[in-house]
Design a protein around this ligand. Structure first.
Ligand SMILES: Cc1cc2nc3c(=O)[nH]c(=O)nc-3n(C[C@H](O)[C@H](O)[C@H](O)COP(=O)(O)OP(=O)(O)OC[C@H]3O[C@@H](n4cnc5c(N)ncnc54)[C@H](O)[C@@H]3O)c2cc1C
Ligand code: SF4
Length: 525
């Protein structure tokens, strides 16, 4: 068996891994770091315009081959497996959680507290925003104070968003541009200026932060070795001590040549699906329930946030497609008074193009020519449409879990994961009141400018999924400490999404990265 020896072995090459590898290389310039990724490196920047073109014309996946056919699972599962992970596709929205997320038990008597102080996490939010290159503006709400300014000013609101902000503000709910990891300053971190072309699933200019660029830079500077297309199938324990000595993998194209990574420290940075999965797969006679699992909680308390959306028609000139990925946010409902029924959510507004998008033919099929195109668009845009959405805080039951599914196996014969999300009793009991509250907020918005709610829909899954290796101080009630170090194995860490006890009420990736950067300090030391 081929053997690769380094100081640190990181399993997975998503955004958490990119941030960890980058920071470790800075803190310890001599450290040898191996990053092992199951999927491909899609480093052909020269083809991005073509991929983007095909996505726009035919709705194709703009990252060809960013998944592994037989590495799928039942439930809400991240299918992107490639260097860069899901953040190849991400929209780059970088909202922070709020301190209430970390104090659910002590403030509201709900679920659990996080084993970390807000003020400390806040410094890592600043670092994450600097490394990801986030553009944003300060929030007007008490409790959202920042110790450092955003690295770049907020993206200017286009004409449509200015109309929608005026509409939202009329209801007494202040809105602002959502923070995004997109350049509003040319050259920040070597990236281009965002051209607001709205195809952020694949950014043709590189204005959006994308982890593949970090990996390419680390490789060109020889700071890491990256082995792609190599699936780690097992972590191997020392014969007598509770430490991990190896990660065993197999290359897609060389199945007859298994490879073993030996290191002093192992970091599982495999996202919310595959981190618990790998720990469960690595069961031994001494740890028959899987590694790091003496609490029995690996794969438990899988979480995410629920959401409700509405389309609202209103009197405003909304010209769709000017910068469709950019939206507004209000943080007004991130906090809930402790003597009120518990409900916490974010509130977002976007232009909605579905009904008013520019068209080249009229309803009879006749081509519109020259100025007809613009006058048709203007006439249909007098009454604009807004999409509003609230992500709201829900808490997992222990049975919200990832398990190994023996009925589904990959080509190597390993059982694949099965994920089922379940909410705890307190969340279920307040569900009707939560939905009513959000509906009333949507109606409050719609009361202005002769707004009319056209449709309302509830999300059928939990977004920004996390959990499975939750952090805590009690080894009987958690898998790892607040740095991601597993309670059972002192040289085994899990970072990012899997460690979250709860998933807040807004986009999670900035928090995954902030926690990972905090872990990096501990791993380096
Ligand atoms: C379309 C889209 C838009 C999004 N927009 C936003 C947004 O605007 N804001 C936001 O906050 N979030 C957004 N997200 C979510 C965000 O992309 C994810 O939260 C984030 O990328 C997760 O990163 P990660 O490092 O935790 O895991 P992943 O990206 O899943 O990376 C884990 C990597 O580990 C590899 N791996 C797993 N197991 C193994 C193994 N055994 N051996 C080797 N390699 C392994 C996987 O192949 C994968 O590449 C979006 C997601 C999508 C799909
Ligand atoms: S709007 Fe265009 S240039 Fe800006 S980040 Fe998105 S894809 Fe890139």
């Amino acid at each position: 068996m081929a053997v690769v020896e380094t100081d640190v072995c990181i399993v997975g090459a998503g955004i958490s891994s990119a941030m960890l590898a980058q920071k470790l290389a800075e803190l310890h310039p001599g450290l040898s770091i191996a990053v092992v990724e199951a999927g491909r490196s899609i480093f052909d920047v020269e083809n991005r315009m073509r991929y983007r073109d095909r996505m726009m014309k035919y709705g194709e996946n703009p990252w060809p081959g960013d998944y592994i056919e037989d590495q799928s699972a039942t439930g809400i599962v991240s299918r992107t497996m490639a260097v860069g992970g899901s953040a190849l596709h991400w929209g780059g929205t970088c909202n922070r959680f709020s301190k209430e997320d970390l104090r659910l038990k002590s403030m509201y008597g709900l679920y659990t507290d996080w084993p970390i102080e807000w003020n400390e996490l806040e410094t890592f939010y600043c670092e994450a925003e600097r490394r990801l290159g986030v553009s944003g503006e300060p929030s007007p709400f008490a409790g959202d104070e920042r110790s450092q300014a955003y690295p770049m000013p907020s993206m200017p609101l286009d004409y449509s968003l200015r109309q929608l902000k005026t509409w939202g503000d009329k209801s007494g709910i202040p809105f602002q541009g959502a923070p995004q990891s997109k350049n509003t300053v040319a050259g920040y971190d070597g990236r281009s200026l965002c051209m607001r072309c709205g195809t952020c699933d694949i950014c043709p200019t590189g204005a959006k932060y994308s982890p593949d660029f970090t990996f390419k830079k680390l490789l060109s500077e020889k700071k890491i070795v990256l082995h792609d297309q190599t699936l780690i199938r097992r972590l191997v324990l020392h014969d007598t001590k509770p430490i991990v000595v190896a990660a065993q993998g197999v290359h897609r194209d060389r199945p007859q040549e298994p490879i073993e990574y030996r290191a002093r420290t192992f970091v599982v940075a495999s996202g919310y699906t595959w981190s618990s999965h790998l720990l469960l797969l690595s069961a031994t006679s001494r740890f028959p329930n899987g590694l790091a699992n003496s609490s029995g909680l690996v794969g438990k308390y899988m979480n995410g946030h629920a959401f409700i959306s509405s389309m609202v028609e209103l009197n405003a000139d909304v010209f769709p497609d000017m910068n469709p990925q950019m939206g507004l946010i209000s943080r007004q409902f991130f906090r809930c008074a402790t003597d009120r029924p518990y409900v916490r959510h974010d509130l977002r507004i976007w232009e909605a193009g579905s009904r008013n998008a520019v068209r080249l033919k009229d309803p009879s099929g006749r081509f519109l020519l020259g100025d007809e195109v613009a006058s048709d668009w203007r006439s249909r845009s007098k009454r604009g449409t807004a999409r509003v959405r609230a992500y709201y805080d829900v808490h997992p039951a222990e049975s919200s879990q990832l398990t190994l599914d023996p009925s589904k196996r990959n080509k190597w014969g390993d059982p694949l994961p099965k994920i089922e999300h379940h909410l705890d009793t307190a969340t279920q009991n307040r569900a009707a009141a939560t939905k009513q509250h959000i509906q009333e907020v949507f109606e409050r918005l719609a009361r202005n400018d002769e707004g009319r709610i056209l449709t309302t829909s509830e999300g059928r899954y939990l977004d920004h999924p996390a959990g499975g290796c939750r952090m805590g101080t009690d080894p009987a009630a958690s898998v790892c400490d607040s740095f991601g170090r597993t309670h059972d194995h002192e040289n085994l860490f899990v970072v990012g999404a899997p460690t979250l006890p709860t998933a807040g009420c807004t986009n999670g990736t900035l928090t995954f990265v902030a926690l990972t950067l905090r872990s990096a300090d501990r791993i380096a030391s």
